[in-house]
Design a protein around this ligand. Structure first.
Ligand code: ATP
Ligand code: MG
Length: 297
């Protein structure tokens, strides 16, 4: 899918006020907003390709950060609502969701739910989000709705993760405009890089307009199987993207694919599994990267 031209046009002169504007000014000066007191690191997990491990990464990275006692919020902007069901909160069992936040201006704090993990909260999706792309299309400031909402609770969290749908529409765009960093999961398989150019182009577009401070926090290799193809794909991606690729590789691990049906992150399902250990390692790497950005400021 190519980047939607009308989206490209509409984010050009996106107005920003209040905290959002301050976040952007700070980022534009080269100082990451995370370095400011009480500011969370806001990371969007995006790849327009479906089934590459976005939600698995969002849920388990968020759970791993929470296990390290980092106050974390996971925002689900995917109508599929998989992040919520993976945390035991199915989208049909929520009163308020990100839909009302985006469409009705409802404060994010009002829809936030606690999870089984003390330091992890969830802002759930609902099936109504399916229509949000169309409903938002005619609205003012349609790409910055989430950014505005997040600004209202920024001080409550150290990390905010946003799980995106497999498209580059308005929902993903809201995720990119709200974030300081993007993590791109790539599945270690043939055609792994398919569509990646579109994601990177969209990130550049958002950087050049609505969100100058946006950066790629890293590419994470997922579902790595012990075979030659996966190793070749990994080598190619590392050669091309170098330091942007996280050292931690997420293996293909059956325990990771089982835990969503139990409504639990892998930490609460099988902490000893390779899948769990790899997401804990990824969280350590993310924290190190984010702390380094903060110290350099
Ligand atoms: P979508 O684009 O539909 O939102 P996604 O990119 O969020 O998909 P996931 O839902 O995280 O992808 O993963 C797709 C499928 O692969 C799921 O069934 C998930 O349980 C499984 N899966 C993800 N990561 C792994 C892994 N490391 N090992 C085994 N199975 C995995
Ligand atoms: Mg998903």
């Amino acid at each position: 899918m190519n980047v939607d031209r009308s989206i490209a046009r509409s984010i050009k002169d996106l107005p920003a006020t209040g905290k959002v504007a301050r976040l952007r000014r700070t980022a534009a000066r080269g100082k990451p907003a995370h370095a400011e007191e009480n500011m969370p690191r806001i990371i969007t997990i995006a790849n327009q390709k479906g089934g590459v491990g976005k939600t698995t990464t969002a849920v388990n990275l968020a759970a791993s950060l929470a296990a390290a006692e980092r106050r974390t919020l996971l925002i689900d902007v995917d109508p599929q609502g998989n992040a919520g069901s993976g945390l035991g909160i199915p989208r049909d069992q929520v009163d308020g969701s990100v839909y009302e936040v985006l469409l009705d201006g409802r404060p994010l704090a009002e829809v936030v739910r606690r999870t089984e993990l003390k330091f992890l909260d969830l802002a759930p999706a609902s099936r109504h989000l399916v229509g949000a792309e169309l409903e938002l299309a005619g609205e003012q400031g349609r790409e910055s709705r989430l950014a505005q909402a997040v600004a209202g609770i920024a001080g409550d969290y150290e990390y905010i993760l946003i799980d995106c749908p497999p498209s580059l529409g308005l929902l993903t765009l809201n995720g990119l405009v709200a974030a300081q960093g993007v993590i791109i999961p790539i599945q270690c398989e043939y055609f792994a890089l398919e569509g990646l150019a579109d994601v990177l182009r969209t990130i550049d577009l958002v950087k050049g307009s609505a969100n100058p401070g946006l950066q790629v926090d890293g590419i994470v290799l997922t579902m790595h199987a012990p075979n030659n193809l996966a190793t070749q794909v990994e080598d190619e991606i590392r050669k091309h993207f170098k330091k942007e690729v996280f050292k931690t590789v997420i293996p293909r691990n059956v325990r990771l694919s089982e835990c969503p049906s139990h409504g639990k992150p892998i930490l609460l399902y099988d902490v000893a599994s390779k899948g769990c250990q790899s997401y804990l390692e990824l969280a350590r790497e993310v924290v190190r990267r984010v702390d380094r950005i903060g110290r350099a400021a």
